[in-house]
Design a protein around this ligand. Sequence first.
Ligand code: URA
Length: 210
Amino acid sequence: MSDHLTVVNHPLVQHKLTLMREKSTSTAVFRQLLREISHLLAYEVTRDLPMTTTNIDTPLVEMDAPTLKGKKLALISILRAGNGLLDGVMDLIPSARVGFVGLYRDEETLKPVQYYYKVPSELNSRVVIAVDPMLATGNSSAAAIDLLKQSGATDIRFLCLLASPEGVALMKDRHPDVPIITAALDERLNEKGYILPGLGDAGDRMFGTK
Ligand code: URA
């Protein structure tokens, strides 16, 4: 992957995203749409995975057939909303290894603080896909990527549903080597750090909390 930002303009993605943005959409429908859209985004984020061939026997002949090359992918969910995207991505890549990064914002320093970190081994030889639906200020996303790099990851992609221009700029500054794949680039952040027009709090909407 080379382009820093990819907006997945597929009609199905855009249609489902509109349904998710609508505030009257129920938790159950939001979850279902998130799962469906995750499949389509997973398709895009894996488009250029390295390939090799393996020799197989079809019922008729032998052939060298394409397969994914290298170690199993690592999917990293940035808690808690990342788990909503993770489920759908795992549907498409069921053998992926999975990790979790938990960060909260210190109210005094406003800096992200790690409260949970468990990732697969040998991140240095895996394609790593970090998932978080909302790239808002970018602070926690950039901090999560810092941690993954400290664990040895070198080939990282960031998958989200919505991105803000502010978040994309921060990620480009801190992690220019990490491509971002998103369903939409929205207009801006509000004073509380929410994406506008956005869809509200992604975690609350997928888990039914408030
Ligand atoms: N996190 C969310 O869930 N929503 C936003 O708009 C911004 C950050």
